[in-house]
Design a protein around this ligand. Structure first.
Ligand SMILES: C[S@@+](CC[C@H](N)C(=O)[O-])C[C@H]1O[C@@H](n2cnc3c(N)ncnc32)[C@H](O)[C@@H]1O
Length: 280
């Protein structure tokens, strides 16, 4: 049975996928631009979030399930430039836990390798569906990447299959009411709304071992929508992240811009962390 808990956070202040597709130089340039674009958009979005982050909650809820272990392996699916994972590693180190981190992402920028990692991670440039590690992980984490992993059921099965015995699965997604989810579901991809926490918990119930239970945690924080000299780019970045991988028509984009501009200087982002682990 799912146990839901509200976590108050308001005061927290290549292996390249060459496959068999042949690309022209123009296509390669276009793809590279998109990759840089996504990383730039993430950076801009993070600055709009300010200091309030769900990372402390994520670390708390995973740490509580590690049963005093001081060294754990973690797979981070969709690690991007490592900006989130490095904070997770540092927060675990503060709690006396060494994280042996593996990150998988088809688009890992060069900056990921030069981050100030406490322990060097293994960074695997690969799409998750192609990633076939020989080991299993004490923690499998997917922060805001599930939407990119293809069919929900297939992706969840694979995430679960990579857990070691008694491993912990953590999935962070948008919660209802999050500006990014509203933009995605209402304006940018109305035919394909992003799954919510209940969808994930329901799907997981048919996949997890019978000894596992899921718990759901909620995070809420502000997102600044102005105050940037390059205000247009902030809106563009919000839309870029909110559209996920969906193609967006000019009309949908304009409606999304209009919605953002109707919101005033700040709005709300809401995340849910769904954690699956063996019941005590
Ligand atoms: C919104 S970003 C989240 C990045 C990071 N986890 C964070 O919280 O800052 C989504 C990430 O998923 C990655 N991604 C897209 N398709 C993927 C796939 N098939 N397998 C693994 N990662 C993927 C993207 O490249 C991107 O870095």
């Amino acid at each position: 049975m799912d146990t839901r808990r509200v976590y108050a956070a308001s005061r927290l202040t290549r292996r390249e996928n060459h496959a068999s597709v042949r690309t022209t130089p123009q296509q390669v340039q276009y793809e590279d631009r998109n990759r840089t674009h996504l990383i730039d958009s993430l950076k801009i979005l993070r600055s709009a979030f300010g200091a309030i982050s769900e990372t402390p909650m994520l670390v708390d809820v995973i740490h509580a399930r590690l049963k005093g272990r001081n060294r754990v392996s973690m797979l981070d699916v969709g690690i991007a430039d490592g900006s989130s994972a490095i904070k997770v590693m540092a927060a675990f180190a503060d709690r006396g836990v060494r994280l042996d981190l593996t990150g998988v992402d088809p688009h890992i920028p060069a900056t990921a390798y030069s981050q100030d990692w406490i322990y060097s991670p293994k960074l695997m440039v690969a799409s998750f569906d192609e990633f076939e590690p020989r080991c299993r992980y004490d923690v499998v984490n997917a922060t805001q990447s599930l939407y990119y992993l293809g069919k929900l059921d297939t992706a969840l099965r694979k995430l679960v299959s990579l857990l070691s015995r008694d491993g912990v699965l953590a999935i962070t997604i948008w919660d209802d009411g999050c500006i990014l989810k509203i933009l995605h579901d209402r304006y940018l991809s109305p035919r394909d709304p992003a799954p919510g926490p209940k969808d994930i918990a329901n799907a997981l119930s048919g996949i997890l071992p019978p000894t596992y239970t899921t718990q759901t945690y909620y995070f809420e924080g502000p997102i600044a929508l102005n105050g940037f000299t390059d205000e247009g780019r902030l809106e563009e970045s919000v839309i870029d992240i909110a559209r996920r991988s969906a193609h967006v028509s000019n009309r949908a984009r304009m409606l999304a811009y209009t919605y953002i501009r109707s919101l005033g200087p700040t709005s709300v982002r809401r995340n849910t962390i769904i954690v699956a682990s063996p019941s005590c």
